[in-house]
Design a protein around this ligand. Structure first.
Ligand code: GRF
Length: 199
């Protein structure tokens, strides 16, 4: 019997994408298991959700930088993921730029969800950028994580309309609904690919 794809999820926020992944797993629509959740925010929603879903959740110290992690902390995270036997790392709202050595530990085995149609609007609060630019559509993108920020190879996108009365909040909420479909679907595709390569 084939084993479910073993995931490690990194997040800093409320964890709605992690919840979406778990709901697909619990509903037997996604052949995966989340082995570990890691957060740089001790009281984050994602760690509290990990407890609710009885998935091991770990807080790692954020260190002295705001947008990246010190190499020693990345090494700790890589070790925790490897010890948990993770095959694919999912960045689900992880608000740090990932560098070596974490990237080196999971080459082409780390994906990220971004709230815009990349390559449009990389960086922070991409939905606000799309609104300010007067776009009629935006969306979300799942891509491989590499050394370039929000620029790795694209695995999937979903388009979301921008309505004339949208606020940043209403638009972000609509994009998140789309993220919750796209991210588990992309993971399901990767699970098929991994297991196909094994047989
Ligand atoms: C999402 O909008 C994602 O695109 C961005 O961070 C947000 C995370 O939301 N990278 P959540 O913590 O999964 O609710």
């Amino acid at each position: 019997m084939r084993r479910p794809l073993r995931l490690g999820v990194l997040g800093s926020g409320k964890g709605s994408n992690f919840r979406a992944i778990m709901e697909e797993i619990v509903g037997s629509r996604l052949d995966a298991e989340v082995r570990i959740v890691i957060s740089d925010v001790e009281d984050s929603g994602i760690l509290s959700l990990a407890r609710d879903f009885q998935v091991p959740g770990l807080y790692v110290r954020p260190g002295r930088f705001r947008t990246k992690l010190e190499p020693e902390i990345e090494e700790d995270i890589a070790r925790l993921l490897l010890e948990a036997d993770v095959e694919l790392v999912v960045l689900a709202g992880f608000m740090r730029i990932v560098k070596q050595p974490l990237l080196e530990a999971f080459p082409r085995k780390m994906i990220n969800i971004h709230p815009s149609l990349l390559p449009r609007f990389p960086g922070l609060e991409a939905w606000k950028q799309a609104l300010a630019a007067g776009e009629k559509v935006t969306g979300c993108t799942v891509h491989y994580v590499d050394a370039a920020v929000d620029a790795g190879d694209i695995l999937g996108k979903e388009t979301v309309p921008i309505l004339s009365d949208d606020t940043p909040e209403s638009l972000h909420a609509r994009i998140q609904e789309s993220e919750h479909r796209l991210l588990p679907a992309v993971i399901a595709g990767i699970a098929e690919e991994f297991r196909g390569a094994e047989t």
